[in-house]
Write a protein that binds this ligand. Structure first.
Ligand SMILES: [Ca+2]
Ligand SMILES: [Ca+2]
Length: 147
């Protein structure tokens, strides 16, 4: 995917990805060139990012007072260093569970990449990530700024 700076538009059609050059208006069909599976993600500045309790279900390390405040596994330990706690973005498994309150989690920040489902046309300005999986199942990712 060399020479794709100055992009204006990214158009996703099932497994085909068309990228359009800002100056020439010329479109390049990335999907057909590499015969790849294509996934497109866009930057969503308001997407919620969570920190969750991880597989042990407890804030920080289970049965450990990670932050030394004399209360074991209180919510202030979420995300403790060395624990199994995880940051969850919309692209991560378990995100829906964090959103619905099914698992212990709290809002960490806002802003994340979100997968685009189905056909879409993404126009700049903004940031997009293109993930290509080739016939040997190798993933290539590239983040580009649309103008
Ligand atoms: Ca934990
Ligand atoms: Ca504590």
């Amino acid at each position: 995917m060399g020479g794709i700076d100055g992009l204006r538009t990214v158009e996703l059609r099932t497994t085909r990805l068309l990228i359009t050059d800002q100056d020439s208006g010329r479109s390049i069909d990335v999907g057909s060139q590499s015969n790849s599976q294509v996934q497109l993600s866009v930057w969503d500045p308001v997407a919620i990012v969570y920190v969750s309790a991880g597989t042990d279900g407890a804030s920080g390390v289970v049965d450990v007072d990670d932050d030394g405040n004399t209360v074991v596994d209180d919510v202030s330990e979420l995300g403790a260093t060395g624990s199994d706690d995880r940051v969850l973005t919309p692209e991560d498994s378990g995100y829906q569970d964090a959103q619905s309150g099914k698992i212990l989690a709290m809002v960490l920040s806002h802003g994340a990449m979100k997968r685009v489902e189905g056909d879409a046309v993404i126009s700049g300005p903004g940031q997009v990530r293109i993930d290509l999986v080739d016939n040997d199942n190798r993933l290539t990712s590239r983040i580009i700024d649309l103008q």
